[in-house]
Design a protein around this ligand. Structure first.
Ligand code: C2O
Ligand code: CU
Length: 516
């Protein structure tokens, strides 16, 4: 029924990466029983300087008692409010406001932040396949913003890309039918040049799409009870709490790189969640600007992954870890009959940052029920036969801090490379990372299948539908997709690296899908 896969891209990533211009630090090892935040070897000198403030506080590498003492005061996992919208005349309406506020990103230090309907992050939106939704979104910031529905299959004029930016004091009201099946999406700003700034300050939220499939009925789906969002953000903050989001900011001294889970700092705290049912479903979203987050159990056990970014896998798959590049999501279930602690390994993806392992959540067993076996088949995914597909090449490169796709820096709409295609086109794209920097590839509009990853055929969870995938330095992925449903000759979709600083520095191109 289930099988074990552990795709190993790590070796390639280590070989493929060099530390030229930017430093990529690797997690070299993992020691059990140490403090929650473990600083590991392999950091470049610059990185050590950068984390010295945090290092002073958390350098107790041999102190195994500290975590136990801290456990007594552990905080409870915060679950973002669920916004179900109000339904009238066949339309479900959501009201959001992008606004500023303050939050403790670093424990005990107040940061200026932003969020949707609150000071930091936003409510989880619940959409249902087939319903018409309307979002009334007010810009209460002091600058332009847009709200992109990452991973949603929606018309280009409703997609929330740079062309949909709206100014302070105005309301943007996209409306569309939810065509996506059950999956975990998210929403975040996407205006030109300000995405990293706005998202790192807290403008991000999850979207849960429900459907009436038998798979969905068989899986936990009670929000906050047995269906739990986990939003990860690894940020860069100075000692005054000022959130840094760009190259200049990252070069300042005395930075810390806190890891937040649902907005709570887990640098020296393990959050608690008291399960009331045996089987629990977790939806993990890496909302970091750039860092890679790898999830695993502290006891070395497996997680049962059920979904990638774009919905259910064909079958539940036992994995020992789940690697999420910035922007990626995954869903897994755990049958919890004894307390389980989850940990997140942060691998920096951009310039320098906080590599380390964080025990971020203890799930306390409390369910007395015995769950049914998971369905043997969760989904049917027909693999593309790409023989008749139109081929394209997408090259990710840079000249210093200027990031390019197919030779163009997408700093303005006019300056971006534009991909033109037509409704119904089936395409196979070779995405090549011509640099030694870490990148990823995100495509708006439609999900894609991985055809090859650095020359290897995908296996396991890489056979699922994706929308954001790692392209390591010097690496190549081949993906295939079909442009269904939506065409427009004014509004474009975007394709880009989801390291938000790279996106803001130009690693973004546009995609125009026209009728013919
Ligand atoms: Cu999550 Cu084009 O973005
Ligand atoms: Cu990049």
């Amino acid at each position: 029924m289930t099988h074990t896969t552990e795709p190993d891209r790590g070796a390639y990533a280590r070989d493929g990466r060099k530390t030229k211009g930017e430093h990529h630090m690797e997690i070299r090892g993992h020691k059990k029983g140490l403090h929650r935040r473990k600083f590991l070897g392999g950091m470049a000198g610059a990185g050590l300087t950068a984390v010295s403030a945090a290092g002073a506080a958390f350098s107790l590498l041999t102190d195994g008692t500290r975590s136990k003492a801290a456990a007594a005061t552990d905080r409870i996992l915060t679950v973002p409010e669920l916004l179900e919208g109000t339904t009238a005349d066949g339309t479900t309406t959501f009201t959001l406001a992008a606004q500023t506020g303050t939050a403790e990103v670093l424990s005990g230090v107040t940061s200026s932040t932003a969020g949707y309907n609150r000071s930091f992050l936003g409510p989880t939106l619940k959409w249902t396949k087939g319903e018409t939704v309307l979002l009334n979104i007010t810009n209460s910031l002091t600058e332009d913003t847009s709200v992109h529905f990452h991973g949603a299959h929606v018309p280009p004029r409703m997609d929330g890309g740079p062309q949909n930016a709206f100014s302070t004091g105005t309301v943007w009201s996209p409306t569309f039918t939810v065509k996506d099946g059950a999956k975990t999406l998210w929403y975040h700003p996407h205006a030109l040049g300000t995405t990293a700034k706005q998202a790192t300050h807290g403008l991000a939220g999850m979207i849960i799409v429900k459907d009436d499939s038998t798979t969905s009925a068989a899986l936990p789906g009670d929000y906050g009870v047995d269906d739990i969002p986990l939003i990860f953000q690894c940020l860069a903050v100075d000692s005054a709490g000022d959130i840094k989001y760009d190259q200049k900011g990252y070069l300042s001294s005395g930075l810390s790189f806190p890891l937040l889970v649902n907005g709570e700092n887990v640098d020296d705290t393990t959050l608690g969640f008291s399960a009331t049912r045996t089987r629990n479903r977790f939806r993990a979203l890496n909302a970091s600007p750039s860092d890679i987050i790898t999830l695993r159990r502290s006891d070395g056990g497996t997680l049962t992954q059920i979904a990638t970014e774009q919905g259910y896998l064909t079958e539940a798959t036992e994995v020992t870890s789940i690697r999420l590049v910035a922007g990626a999501r995954a869903e897994f279930v755990m049958d919890v009959t004894a307390d389980v602690t989850l940990e997140a390994v942060v691998t920096t993806g951009w310039i320098r940052g906080g590599s380390g392992t964080y025990e971020f959540l203890t799930v306390r067993a409390g369910g007395t029920d015995t769950p049914e076996n998971l369905p043997s088949t969760l989904n049917t995914i027909e693999r593309y036969d790409t023989s008749g597909f139109t081929a394209r090449t997408i090259t990710l490169s840079n000249a210093g801090a200027t990031m390019k796709i197919n030779g163009s820096a997408g700093l303005t709409m006019a300056g971006m490379a534009m991909i033109r295609t037509t409704l119904g086109a089936k395409e196979i794209w070779t995405i090549t990372n011509a640099s030694q920097l870490e990148h990823s590839f995100h495509l708006h509009d439609v999900p894609y299948q991985l055809i090859s990853i650095n020359g290897e055929a995908p296996t396991g969870v890489d056979l699922g539908w994706r929308d954001t995938y790692e392209v390591v330095g010097g690496g190549t992925i081949v993906i295939a997709m079909e442009f269904t449903d939506f065409a427009d000759d004014t509004y474009m979709y975007m394709l880009h690296c989801h390291l938000l600083q790279h996106e803001d520095q130009g690693m973004m191109a546009s995609l125009m899908v026209t009728e013919s």
